[in-house]
Design a protein around this ligand. Structure first.
Ligand code: ZN
Length: 269
């Protein structure tokens, strides 16, 4: 079986230090987390920016740039910048950071309800972001919150806006989106084109079980405090601990871990 790629999503837009003191907020904290997680076995880092003062999600280009440059200098990780809209929904803000030309960027190919808001991604916005990624030579990680988002991505690939093979991230277990069940995971996996790669981001308590399913099924795994701040019930996690646990589980299951350069090969970067 293909070696396992582990993505670390250390920060996201929501959890603060009040929720879990291990959430990295400043660029330097995010860079240090990247260094530790690479040593632990991660090959990809999914990047969000925060306002250092109040910890809210930020669209500030300079903050993204500082994180990007630091991680590039200090690690060999594949850098994946989020184009998610929790910090601000406008296209210009979400696109600006792509000019840093990271190897990857996330692209949500549809709209979805979040627990207390609507995450809107209009067809025009998705098209424009995908086109920018193609122009800059950035590989999209297609964030799938529901099955319809797979079809939307395939339509973009048909129009030559995205290069094959595609890479998907199934975000499962978020209230309002697709429930984290093994039946749904099998369905998602069977809905993507042969030769595509896929990873699973289980939200909350589903993070560990969905990771284990993905390891067994030949998929890849995303963990991190963006998706779940706990290691186990009532016990807070650190990003590094979450990566280490996946490495241990994968070892028990007989699957080897990909280095960042091996992940580049798997993804065709
Ligand atoms: Zn994210």
């Amino acid at each position: 079986m293909e070696k396992l790629m582990i993505t670390i999503a250390p920060t996201g837009s929501i959890p603060t230090k009040k929720n879990n003191p291990h959430v990295p907020i400043s660029p330097d904290e995010i860079i240090q987390t990247g260094i530790l997680c690479e040593k632990a076995g991660a090959s990809i880092i999914h990047i969000h920016a925060r306002n250092p003062v109040d910890e809210t999600a930020s669209t500030d280009f300079q903050i993204f740039k500082e994180i990007y440059q630091g991680l590039k200098q200090e690690t060999n990780l594949i850098l994946q910048i989020s184009t998610g809209g929790r910090a601000g929904m406008e296209y210009e803000k979400r696109s600006e950071r792509l000019s840093l030309k990271p190897e990857m960027a996330s692209l949500t190919t549809g709209s979805v309800n979040f627990p207390s808001s609507v995450y809107t991604n209009s067809p025009d916005l998705i098209y424009a972001l995908a086109k920018d990624m193609k122009t800059y030579g950035i590989k999209p990680e297609i964030e799938v919150f529901d099955t319809s988002m797979i079809q939307n991505a395939l339509d973009l690939a048909d129009q030559d806006i995205m290069n094959q093979p595609l890479h998907f991230d199934f975000v499962m277990g978020l209230k309002g989106a697709i429930p984290a069940t093994i039946e749904n995971l099998v369905h998602l996996k069977n809905s993507i084109p042969y030769g595509s790669t896929w990873t699973v981001a289980g939200i909350g308590a589903s993070q560990l079980p969905m990771s284990i399913h993905a390891i067994a099924m030949g998929g890849h795994v995303r963990v991190g405090l963006e998706d779940c701040i706990y290691f186990s019930k009532g016990k807070l996690a650190s990003n590094e601990q979450l990566v280490k646990r996946i490495v241990e589980v994968s070892d028990i299951m007989g699957r080897q871990i990909a280095t960042p350069d091996e992940a580049r090969q798997i993804l065709g970067l």
